[in-house]
Design a protein around this ligand. Structure first.
Ligand code: FCB
Length: 452
């Protein structure tokens, strides 16, 4: 029966804009997601994060749920515009106080706080000056990191600078399906480098005020070549480079790999890389967090229509790994998580890994008795936690697993229609209801042993 090391950390994860609501309270400024979600046509059904799970007011109830679940740690993000409403200048004390209370509330319940500094809610004022296209935003991020670290310092057990820079750059500025909704390959590449730089500067700022572990969270796509034909292998290798190693190589190896630079040369000469940047970006970190949901096969020979986030791999065609899909249309493939952990470990043998997000949106049905019998989500979680155990058995240094998500929440461009929570949120009443998957996670956490 697969079991886990004593010090293995099990948690649950959320992000600020997806759950907090209260967008006009506590002196919070406007973020790019406020602007984007209020732009007609950008988000399904016109949903916004204005109220979301109203976590800003209900956080004690939510922390009680975490405690009852029995998690070791909770990964959440800080909303930059609560700390610096316009992205610059001194801290807004009400914003710091909110997160300070949250951190103390977690510690009082014996739960380790894991803070992500940037989970996509850039202050709109910074976007108005160019956002991540502008080098200066990286320095503003460092100032913000410094303000948060001074306040929360060692009370936070783990720090991540950014969440998924690929999504922030490529969905935000490449395909434009995420905020700020720009569709320009050169802008997406510039944003990628500035996010990498922000990470490095952010690590420096954090280290000045904390001795806790510091890292980054990325979505390394689990990709397999569709065949061993030259065309498929070539498209796969480029998709892997621009989708994955464009972020982790500079951070962990201090350079962009040749394939990344060659594949993107038609869009950029990478003049944004200034002398010394790679030294800043590559300073030591303590862990890499990997968000995993699915895997895909990659074939070549495609023609990209419209704007693709796969800048440099525009000819790549993505093929579902199977037809066993979640409500996101993502193939369920637990083995992909083992493969991913092994692959990342082989490329970067010295770094500890954390599964910082994993979970599934399913079509939940509320039964007459009010229960949600989400056996499909339980199977998903059980399969993927098993996949982590397999990676551990293969010698991969995986240190933790965070279920996404604690609550149903605002799923970005798909709005509130996609439900990832193990706890259901009724958006009319804000009532929280434990789904069967939450009860399953609770009983799993009591033993930390998977059945056969
Ligand atoms: C990840 C995001 C997270 C959530 C999940 C489903 O890409 O980090 O906020 O939306 O996908």
């Amino acid at each position: 029966m697969p079991t886990f090391p004593e010090d293995f950390v099990f948690g649950a994860a959320t992000a600020s804009y997806q759950i907090e609501g209260a967008v006009h309270e506590g002196g919070r400024g406007t973020s790019i997601w406020d602007t984007f979600s209020h732009t007609p046509g950008r988000v399904d059904r016109g949903d916004t994060g204005d109220v979301a799970c109203d976590h800003y007011h209900r956080w004690t109830e939510d922390l009680d749920i975490l405690a009852e679940l029995g998690v070791d740690a909770y990964r959440f993000s800080v909303a930059w515009p609560r700390i610096q409403p316009t992205g610059v200048g001194s801290a807004n004390q009400a914003g710091l106080d909110f997160y300070s209370r949250l951190v103390d509330g977690l510690l009082a319940r014996g739960i380790t706080p894991f803070v992500t500094l940037y989970h996509w809610d850039l202050p709109q004022t910074l976007e108005d000056k160019g956002g991540w296209r502008d080098r200066d935003t990286a320095y503003r991020f460092a100032d913000y990191a410094d303000l948060v670290a001074r306040e929360l310092g060692d009370r936070v057990g783990e720090w991540a600078t950014l969440n998924e820079p690929w999504c922030a750059a490529m969905l935000g500025y490449g395909s434009g399906v995420h905020a700020p909704g720009v569709a320009n390959p050169k802008a997406a590449l510039d944003a990628s480098h500035h996010l990498n730089l922000a990470h490095g500067l952010g690590v420096q700022a954090l280290r000045a005020s904390t001795t806790s572990p510091v890292g980054i969270v990325v979505n390394v796509h689990q990709l397999w070549p569709a065949s061993d034909s030259e065309q498929d292998m070539d498209a796969w290798a480029r998709a892997d480079a621009v989708g994955n190693w464009m972020y982790l190589d500079p951070i962990l190896k201090g350079r962009y790999d040749d394939l990344t630079l060659a594949a993107t040369a038609k869009h950029s000469s990478w003049e944004v890389i200034a002398d010394g940047d790679l030294d800043i970006i590559s300073q030591p970190i303590d862990f890499v967090g990997l968000n995993y949901y699915s895997g895909q096969y990659v074939a070549g020979g495609g023609t990209s229509e419209g704007h693709t986030p796969w800048v440099g791999a525009e000819d790549a065609r993505f093929i579902l790994a199977n037809d066993h899909l979640t409500d996101m249309g993502w193939a369920i493939i637990p083995r992909g998580l083992t493969d991913l952990l092994v692959r990342v470990h082989e490329r970067y043998p010295d770094i500890d890994l954390i599964v910082s997000e994993n979970g599934a949106a399913m079509v939940d049905v509320v039964s007459d008795d009010g229960a949600i019998h989400d056996a499909d989500r339980i199977a998903y979680l059980e399969g993927h936690i098993g996949a982590v155990a397999d990676a551990l058995a293969l010698g991969v240094p995986v240190k933790g697993y965070y279920e996404w998500s604690l609550l149903d929440n605002f799923e970005w461009a798909l709005g509130c229609s996609k439900r990832f929570g193990i706890v259901r949120v009724d958006y009319d009443t804000q009532a929280r209801t434990w789904k069967d998957s939450a009860k399953w996670y609770q009983s799993f956490l009591a033993t930390r042993t998977l059945g056969e």
